[in-house]
Ligand binder design. Structure first.
Ligand SMILES: NC(=O)c1ccc[n+]([C@@H]2O[C@H](COP(=O)([O-])OP(=O)(O)OC[C@H]3O[C@@H](n4cnc5c(N)ncnc54)[C@H](OP(=O)(O)O)[C@@H]3O)[C@@H](O)[C@H]2O)c1
Length: 267
């Protein structure tokens, strides 16, 4: 890792699941950090979650407000903000355009998802297009693709807590969930190092069938609801079934899903 920067590293989405852990990891390395959020800082709430950030920038990457101030003087940008839709591409374009004209040459570190080029889902198409924006940005860049976070998998089943059954996918759909804290550590290290272009992918330690993940989640939550596997049609489901979201040769994560659930639910 190179010498610590004296100008800040900007974390877009620094209030999100991944971003707040990136903020913590950067601070643990002694790097000054600027958090970007659409909302003004609410000291108590924010400091509970991420500790006191050195700097705070209110900006909206979709509306295009506040971005110039957010990127001014930063040495690197870890781009964790997401809008969960096609606006993601526009947001990345706005970020890149403003960073390019900011007078500096910040290192842009972008988080993406394993299989965005194999699984034809709406969100993944936007992520793939955002990757292209980063690759063509004219700034030094690094892209890290990872598999799904444990948080996302657990949230997916927790969101069904009011239903009488738990729905999941049938037919051998598999995921390889990874700890978002480990991803955050890697992103912080990448941001503090030299630009790497495409960084080696990161996958979680174990591959699980979605039915198995549903059962694990049910057990961890102390629920006895039946799991109902659905057989859905479509190219995206087919691609997931054939392993499109896996990085089996890059199973570098240490925390497995069972350990994550134990931490989350204390069981
Ligand atoms: N979840 C997974 O399994 C997974 C796996 C691999 C990669 N990824 C990628 O990791 C990244 C972070 O995911 P996450 O789960 O941590 O997301 P998240 O918790 O939903 O956080 C989203 C963040 O984006 C910010 N944001 C939303 N709209 C914005 C806008 N218009 N302008 C500026 N900021 C905006 C939000 O900040 P405010 O609300 O404070 O404005 C928030 O901090 C995403 O790019 C995602 O694709 C996720």
């Amino acid at each position: 890792m190179s010498e610590q920067p004296s100008s800040p590293v900007l974390v877009t989405g620094g209030t999100g699941t991944l971003g707040r852990q990136v903020v913590r990891a950067l601070r643990a390395h002694g790097a000054p950090v600027r958090v970007m959020s659409r909302r003004p800082r609410e000291p108590d709430a924010v400091e509970d979650r991420i500790g006191p950030p050195a700097q705070w920038a209110v900006a909206d990457l979709v509306e295009g407000t506040g971005i110039a101030d957010a990127v001014r003087g930063v040495t690197a940008i870890v781009h964790c903000a997401t809008t969960l839709g096609s606006a993601d591409v526009r947001a990345t374009q706005r970020l890149v355009r403003t960073a390019r004209t900011s007078g500096g040459r910040p290192h842009l570190v972008h988080i993406s998802i394993v299989g965005v080029d194999r699984v034809p889902m709406f969100y993944y198409r936007a992520k793939l297009a955002a990757e292209r924006v980063v690759q063509d940005c004219g700034l030094p860049w690094t892209i890290l693709r990872t598999t799904q976070f444990h948080d996302l998998v657990a949230d997916m089943f927790a969101a069904q807590s009011r239903l009488p059954v738990m729905f999941t996918l049938a037919g051998g759909a598999r995921l390889q969930p990874i700890d978002s804290g480990e991803v955050a550590e890697r992103l912080a290290a990448l941001a503090l190092g030299e630009p790497s272009g495409r960084a080696a992918e990161m996958g979680g330690p174990l591959v699980h069938d979605l039915r198995e993940l549903a059962s694990m989640s049910r057990r961890a939550r102390g629920s006895s609801r039946p799991v109902l596997p659905l057989r859905l049609p479509g190219a995206a489901v087919r691609a997931v079934r054939s392993g499109g979201l896996l990085a089996e040769d890059r199973a570098v994560g240490a925390v497995d899903h069972k350990t994550y659930l134990r931490r989350r639910y204390g069981s």
